[in-house]
Design a protein around this ligand. Structure first.
Ligand code: MIC
Ligand code: SF4
Length: 649
């Protein structure tokens, strides 16, 4: 067990119950929550279903940053519901245009040493100021708002010891890409990363936040930096010095594993298509023609990032063969670069200015052309996430992105022969919270606006004794929640489960053949149950609980894989679907999409006990397989009840 680390101190201060050995279930008190609009509507509908008058957290904030296109009435309907339900339940509301939830939260609300639970997988961004900030499904966040402690597995703490300082043109993004090349996106479930060592003080808070943000791609519970003088200076510059407390690891703090990284050895890197851990150096990729460059997302759209970009673009013009777009992370950033003239330099160069929000990162516009290379400062490049099938998206630092925008090809920024525009830490940010609406002290008069597209969480019955399972899909390794539940143009359906369910696993639909939704609905309507078969690291990526709700709606009762990622596994349980793992991996090869998997004693689920299932082939052959699970007693009760909303209390 790790001793005297920052993470352990935060857990100790928030400990409610449970074990203290890595892997044991532990419940912690949640101080703050955040939601965004794409996951938020469901989260507040679930909170309403819990019949709680007012949230019980110290602070809860509802952001609108994902669904900004307002293509049809659905998005604005969601926004109206979110604004009024926030007022009713005692939640702050950050209006559309105010910026991306993680960036705004870091600027205006994050507090070192506190816990934050957010219905978005990049919630760990606020680990950059020493919070224990965790991404979860909307229902877990609704429960936290209702005052229920968050259950997690007591973490293994991976210490990343930083030494040295970054060289010119090498960025925080390169640090996290380097680490992704070491730790990869799989096999890290149940761990928390804590940064320590002499190198920490050389990184500014926005740089730390880039690192903790993209730490989500490891599949860890979260990533945390200590809270030190740099944190203090950042909070003071945000006019919030009063919330600062120092939070450092004790001398001799023990980590379960230590990775050493000398920042001076980090060089410009890229995550190549189509996984954040497919890492190359820019030197290796240099010369590759680029058609599109976009700077933005919660990873790289801070004031520091855009000032670097503006300095690189000043008095220059974007290459004729590149389309170049910039989305600032927040209204604060946009307003500051507007007032100091940096935005004018960016506009003059030919960059296209997008609104402060998620935008292209979640496939809302800016889809690249067929067979072209897109360079993005984002955190995810899962296949098709850009909105273009067969896309080729690379994830890079703002420095590398800008170099490519100027030259039309992947270029090592060190080759540009420019002076590195080192950006000093800001002494005073421009503070204007007019776009954040605090909840009224008395909300009895507030009426919640529910337009016709605001549905309700679908219902589910208890887990049946016998799972008469049809394998409705068999997929391979690293299936992300973007594969399961596409976002982009479908995002506006998040409040309408029957409509959104039609696109589950859409990327696997073959021309002229029934879709997953059609196959699963046919199985359900025949009174049988759906089973999804996957391989390693199933459910990577986003926190979207729709990747569980929609399969539940379509009658899925079990997912069987080699390993299921943390947030997705919790979401499956929350919606009454069993997350199961193959005991013998070779069984995967023996199962086909048309097979039947029967589990006779499903309701006899026991902690630590395996289940037996029978696989029957269409030719009459059958064989048995053994399935394991990691569900706790509480998880089992939730699954047996058919989901958390069916459980009393
Ligand atoms: C993402 O980056 O994939 C998202 C969109 O922010 C998701 C949340 C969602 O699907 O609404 C996430 O990261 O959790
Ligand atoms: Fe928004 Fe992209 Fe960040 Fe998700 S990763 S919160 S879509 S900016």
């Amino acid at each position: 067990m790790a001793k005297g680390t920052v993470v352990q101190k935060i857990i100790d201060r928030h400990y409610v119950s449970g074990g203290k050995q890595p892997g044991e279930p532990v419940a912690v008190r949640i101080d703050q929550t955040l939601t965004q609009d794409a996951t938020g509507t469901m989260a507040y509908l679930e909170l309403e279903a819990m019949k709680i008058d007012r949230v019980k957290t110290e602070l809860s904030v509802s952001y609108v940053d994902h669904n900004m296109m307002q293509n049809g009435p659905e998005n604005r309907n969601d926004h109206l519901y979110l604004q009024t339900v926030a007022a009713k339940k005692g939640v702050y509301f950050s209006r559309p245009g105010n910026g991306i939830c993680h960036q705004v939260h870091l600027e205006r609300f994050g507090v070192p040493g506190k816990t934050l639970l957010g219905s978005d997988s990049h919630t760990p961004t606020n680990g950059g100021i020493g919070m224990m900030a965790i991404g979860a499904g909307g229902l877990d966040v609704a429960l936290a708002m209702a005052g229920v402690p968050f259950r997690m597995s007591y973490p293994k703490i991976i210490g990343v010891e930083l030494s040295g300082a970054l060289s010119s043109w090498c960025a925080a993004k390169d640090v996290i890409l380097k680490l992704l090349s070491v730790l990869s996106t799989k096999g890290n479930v149940g761990c928390i990363i804590e940064y320590f060592g002499d190198g920490v003080s050389t990184l500014s808070v926005p740089e730390r936040a880039t690192i903790t943000n993209m730490g989500a791609e490891f599949g860890v519970t979260t990533s945390v930096f200590p809270s030190d003088d740099k944190t203090k200076a950042f909070l003071e510059a945000q006019g919030r010095g009063d919330v600062w407390t120092e939070l450092l690891p004790d001398a001799g703090a023990e980590y379960d594993r230590v990775i050493k990284l000398d920042l001076s050895e980090v060089e410009p890197m890229a995550a190549c298509p189509s996984s954040p851990d497919n890492i190359s150096t820019i030197r290796e990729l240099a010369g590759k023609k680029v058609d599109q460059v976009i700077i933005g997302s919660c990873t790289n759209s801070s004031y520091r990032d855009l000032m670097i970009v503006a300095a690189m673009l000043k008095n220059k013009r974007v290459s004729d063969t590149v389309t170049f777009a910039i989305a600032p992370g927040s209204k604060q950033v946009l307003e500051m670069i507007s007032r100091n003239g940096a935005l004018a330099d960016i506009i003059a160069s030919g960059a296209r200015i997008l609104e402060a929000g998620c935008g292209a990162c979640i496939g809302q516009g800016q889809s690249p052309a067929d067979d072209t290379v897109s360079l993005r400062t984002f955190n995810r490049n899962f296949a098709g996430r850009t909105g273009t099938k067969g896309d080729s998206a690379y994830l890079v630092s703002p420095e590398v992105a800008c170099a490519a925008a100027l030259t039309g090809a992947i270029t090592d920024p060190r080759e540009l022969k420019m002076d590195y525009p080192r950006i000093e830490d800001v002494e005073e940010f421009l503070i204007n919270d007019d776009m954040i609406i605090p909840p009224p002290a008395d909300s009895s008069q507030v009426e919640i606006i529910r337009k016709p597209t605001i549905g309700s969480p679908p219902e589910n019955g208890p887990l049946p004794e016998v799972i008469d399972g049809a394998v409705v899909i068999k997929v391979g390794d690293k299936i992300t929640t973007d594969h399961i539940m596409p976002a982009g143009i479908h995002l506006k359906l998040r409040s309408n489960i029957p409509a959104y369910s039609k696109v589950v696993f859409e990327c696997f639909t073959e021309e002229g053949k029934p879709s997953f939704a059609e196959r699963a609905a046919a199985v359900r309507d025949a009174g049988r149950h759906g089973v999804i078969v996957g391989r390693d690291s199933y459910g990577q990526g986003s926190s979207r609980e729709h990747a569980a709700i929609c399969p539940m709606y379509l009658g899925v009762k079990a997912v069987i894989a080699f390993a299921i990622e943390r947030i997705h596994s919790a979401n499956l349980i929350n919606f009454g679907i069993m997350p199961l793992v193959f005991v013998d991996h070779s069984d995967y090869d023996r199962i086909d999409q048309t097979d039947t998997i029967t589990i006779n004693n499903a309701r006899e689920l026991k902690v630590g006990a395996n289940l037996n299932a029978t696989v029957s082939k269409s030719n009459g052959e059958s064989f048995s397989i053994e399935l394991a699970h990691k569900m706790s007693e509480e998880d089992i009760q939730i699954v047996l009840a058919g989901g958390r909303l069916n459980c009393a209390g």
